[in-house]
Ligand binder design. Structure first.
Ligand code: GLU
Ligand code: MG
Length: 450
């Protein structure tokens, strides 16, 4: 504790020199909402040593800020401590005077809170490391940008340029450059930024890193896009469905598996060069996708996006560069395959808590290795073009995903009972919240929440 305090004093000095006054301590709840407490720079030392108070009932908040119940967190009583991860603290480029750090949640007795999603992700990262495996991950961030206006009105877009159209860059040139610069000032390596398919839609991707770091980055990138949007009189939506019947926002997870310097997705005897271990890992993930949707596509709104012919990955299949497969295998181009080969899980969206996503995917992948799984035959075409039933659809609504999750011993054991129960309680309550509502109503209620 004394060590943490000493370290925080040094960090605080550095922040004062950089004219930072306030530090936001962020965490993501089981509803996928990034929540926050903030302390002045002078309070960072105490926050790092003892944490900052937050109620345990945050474990059972819903997207509309109503609160459900589960054994770990219900009601107004109790206290948890948010402790900033000083290694990941960064001044926010689009919020002068502010810094942000992801927080881990502990009890008042300084033990880890069993419902802490970031700790779950770290445990799974360690479980892989104990087998000599490391992972590199990256979350693609898609968003729709609209003119700021009353949130109850349908969105009006600041660009009417075509999908992937160069015109969109001209319409929003300063905005996009500011997004890029803010991300880079925060130490992120941007790989691409480009217009996407839907009206007002854009995408940014950043370099892969360890799974927990990638989840932190997903939070930071979205927050940064949001803050830059506001500075430009705009409003960003990361919701899976922004317009009824439109292409939505995904949060695809790219993942590669390594043993030391060796990318296990390349140079092996399996399909497209997968090693046995990588094949078993990805087969484990593919097999568990129905239950993983509870972590990765957790909102009823997500099922308005997860439909065929929108590149959202609505089928439980895999294929090389197949954008309609939930698991798209990527080998990369000649000359860079040993570093570039990875798999992209396309079915997930940004209503997910990214820590639950990376942790759950690692758990499923390791179970695949334990069971020596093999990938099923490859799907080399659009599965929607095949006779119905040739390729299984993923759950088409949240109740189906919840039913799969309830049968999953692997995820239950990996999450641990308190976190498993809280996740399930929030999912059931959000299902109830939106039960019987029309797509338009679900979209209107979630469009500006994520
Ligand atoms: N926006 C699509 C989705 O909902 C993905 C488009 C793409 O393949 O990048 O996931
Ligand atoms: Mg995209």
């Amino acid at each position: 504790m004394a060590e943490r305090a000493a370290r925080a004093r040094l960090v605080a000095d550095r922040l004062r020199t950089a004219a930072v006054d306030v530090v936001a301590l962020g965490w993501v709840d089981n509803a996928g909402i990034a929540r926050v407490k903030a302390v002045p720079v002078g309070g960072l030392e105490h926050a790092a040593a003892r944490g900052v108070g937050a109620a345990p009932c945050f474990d059972v908040f819903l997207v509309d800020d109503s609160i459900t119940e589960s054994r770990v967190g219900s009601g107004p009583v109790g206290d948890l401590r948010l402790r900033p991860d000083l290694d990941r603290l960064v001044p926010l480029a689009a919020q002068p005077g502010w810094a942000w750090a992801p927080a881990d949640r502990h009890t008042q007795d300084d033990t880890p809170h069993p419902g802490c999603q970031r700790r779950f992700a770290r445990r799974m990262e360690s479980a892989a490391r104990e087998r000599g495996l490391t992972l590199l991950a990256g979350v693609e961030v898609e968003w729709v940008v609209a003119l700021a206006g009353p949130p109850e009105e349908p969105p009006r877009y600041p660009t009417h340029g075509p999908a992937y159209g160069l015109q969109r860059l001209a319409d929003l040139s300063d905005y996009l450059r500011d997004v890029l610069r803010a991300l880079e000032h925060q130490g992120l390596t941007v790989l691409q930024i480009h217009p996407e398919y839907a009206p007002g839609q854009f995408e940014v991707s950043v370099a892969a890193e360890g799974p927990v770091a990638a989840a932190d980055t997903a939070v930071l990138v979205r927050h940064t896009v949001r803050a830059v949007s506001i500075r430009h009189g705009l409003r960003a939506s990361f919701a899976p469905a922004v317009e009824p019947d439109g292409v939505g926002n995904g949060a695809h997870l790219h993942l590669s598996l390594w043993r030391g310097e060796r990318n296990l997705g390349h140079g092996g005897p399996g399909p497209h060069g997968l090693t046995e271990e990588a094949q078993a890992f990805f087969a484990g993930v593919l097999a568990a996708l129905p239950e993983l949707l509870v972590l990765g596509t957790p909102s009823p709104a997500g099922y308005l996006r997860l439909v065929p012919s929108r590149w959202a990955g609505a089928y439980q299949c895999w294929g090389l560069e197949n954008r309609e497969a939930a698991l798209r295998l990527v080998t990369g181009s000649a000359g860079e395959r040993s570093s570039a080969a990875n798999a992209e899980i396309k079915c997930f969206d940004a209503t997910a808590n990214p820590y639950l996503v990376v942790g759950g995917v690692i758990a499923a992948g390791l179970a695949g290795i334990d069971q020596g799984l093999r990938l099923p035959p490859e799907t080399t075409v659009d599965p929607a073009a095949l006779p119905p039933g040739s390729v299984p659809r993923l759950p088409t609504d949240l109740p189906q995903a919840i039913a799969a999750f309830e049968r999953s011993a692997v995820l239950r054991e990996a999450l641990g009972e308190p976190l498993y129960e809280a996740v399930l309680a929030v999912r059931r309550a959000e299902q109830e919240l939106f039960a019987g509502r029309e797509p338009e109503e679900i979209i209107a209620a979630t469009r500006w929440r994520y």
